[in-house]
Design a protein around this ligand. Structure first.
Ligand SMILES: CC(C)=CCC/C(C)=C(/C)COP(=O)(O)OP(=O)(O)O
Length: 408
């Protein structure tokens, strides 16, 4: 999701990840040896993240009883602009509970420092400007109004940046990604957060592979920070959701490679995996509490989680449609697959996408209304999902005119 950046190559050594990620010993014994750092130069399997900066005060956690639908609320205006011009007509949404520019700037500053100094993700002035335009700080500030501390917000921001780096470098063409060989690259990316348990001799090679690529370094470092605020069960939940995200990326890549347009139900299934879900399901960890694993696993809680995640992902399909249709390569989205299956124009398909989104929002709200009174921790988790959906809508809306648009 980060816009086109001018660093097509991983940092050093040149293109090592491509070679390492292709498991050359299996496919071609002729592949040249990649110079690997000495074991002594490699990071520890779980390097301690740098000391955290001083926490800044964040508002008291806000508990919102779910549901909290209000008819047609006004989003916060930015810099005196007309907020209604950044809205998609007929799309249900909530305004975010918190939209704090000063706090978002502090989060961006800390994330930029991490990206530049700790993981060498976005070096250079131009990249810094593009990073700030992407505004991950505003996203996490709005999506996690009940964050337990500044460092909890920063951990959420690091994961968000890591997730986008994997998407940009491995999947999207912007930074050299492609459907070719994607599954093998994503599997290695999974080991950046889900360590390899193997023969001692192989460990330095695996670590060198992770250290050699900015997206892999990002995910590994972000996971280290996240593990400082999450319980083991929450970290495990995150790994599982990321693995599912990568499965969704593979489904998207398969359709692109075979030139096949999925049917609407099939696209919705793909998008349930290729989804913002990993960002939503950290809501309790970022809030400094834990929804017990046994409760998270319940089918009704899974349904609420899936509905909220799917609604927020369809919001992305709507706001990014114009940008995606302008691209050279085919980019399926809910409006385009509806237009194809129903043989209708893109405007009509856009409206049908809004209807599907609104139905999912209504279903999420109704289910939340049933579940919230049964348990206070579950109520807070459901409110956290709702807060994320609201913050995500406003984040997309805030980038209308630059990154996003309100119509095809
Ligand atoms: C979890 C996460 C932040 C993943 C990024 C990819 C994803 C699941 C999206 C919903 C974003 O979609 P996309 O890459 O198309 O983003 P843009 O529309 O280009 O902003």
């Amino acid at each position: 999701m980060v816009p086109v950046l001018d660093v097509p190559e991983p940092l050093s050594p040149p293109e090592p990840a491509e070679i390492l990620l292709e498991t050359p010993e299996l496919e071609s014994p002729e592949v040249p040896e990649v110079p690997l750092p000495e074991a002594a130069d490699l990071p520890e399997p779980h390097p301690e993240p740098a000391p955290v900066s001083e926490p800044v005060p964040v508002p008291e956690p806000v508990l919102v009883p779910a549901p909290r639908l209000e008819p047609d609320p006004e989003p916060a205006a930015q810099d005196g602009d007309d907020a209604s011009s950044r809205r998609i007509k007929g799309l249900k949404f909530h305004p975010p509970l918190r939209d704090d520019r000063a706090l978002a700037d502090r989060v961006n500053e800390r994330l930029m420092e991490w990206a530049e100094k700790e993981i060498e993700l976005y070096p250079g002035d131009e990249l810094r400007a593009m990073f700030l335009a992407f505004d991950p700080g505003r996203s996490v500030v709005m999506c996690h109004p009940d964050a337990a501390s500044f460092e909890h917000l920063v951990a959420a921001g690091m994961l968000y940046i890591g997730e986008n780096a994997v998407d940009d470098y491995f999947c999207e063409p912007d930074l050299g990604g492609s459907p070719e060989g994607l599954g093998a690259r994503l599997l290695v990316a999974q080991t950046a957060i889900d360590p390899l348990h193997t023969a001692k001799e192989q460990v330095p090679k695996w670590l060198a592979g992770i250290a050699s690529h900015p997206a892999l370094r990002s995910m590994r470092s972000a996971m280290n920070y996240f593990e400082r605020i999450a319980t083991p069960a929450q970290a495990h939940r995150y790994r599982h959701d990321i693995c599912n995200l990568y499965l969704g990326y593979c489904a998207e890549a398969a359709c692109i490679q075979t030139g096949r347009t999925p049917s609407v139900w099939e696209y919705l299934a793909h998008r349930q995996f290729n989804n913002f879900r990993p960002c939503l399901t950290i809501t309790d960890a970022v809030g400094g509490y834990e929804l017990p694993a046994s409760m998270f696993a319940r089918p009704d809680v899974q349904r609420a989680t899936g509905l909220a995640s799917n609604a927020s992902t369809i919001v992305n399909d709507l706001f990014s449609l114009r940008k995606e249709m302008a691209q050279e390569r085919v980019h399926h989205s809910l409006p385009t697959v509806i237009a194809d299956e129903e043989d209708c124009g893109i405007e009509e398909a856009f409206q049908k996408t809004i209807d599907i989104h609104n139905e999912l929002m209504d279903d999420f709200e109704s289910l939340s209304a049933l579940l919230a009174p049964t348990d206070p921790v579950l109520a807070r988790y459901l409110a956290g999902l709702s807060n994320w959906v609201a913050g995500n809508h406003e984040w997309h809306s805030g980038l209308v005119g630059t990154r996003y648009a309100t119509s095809p």
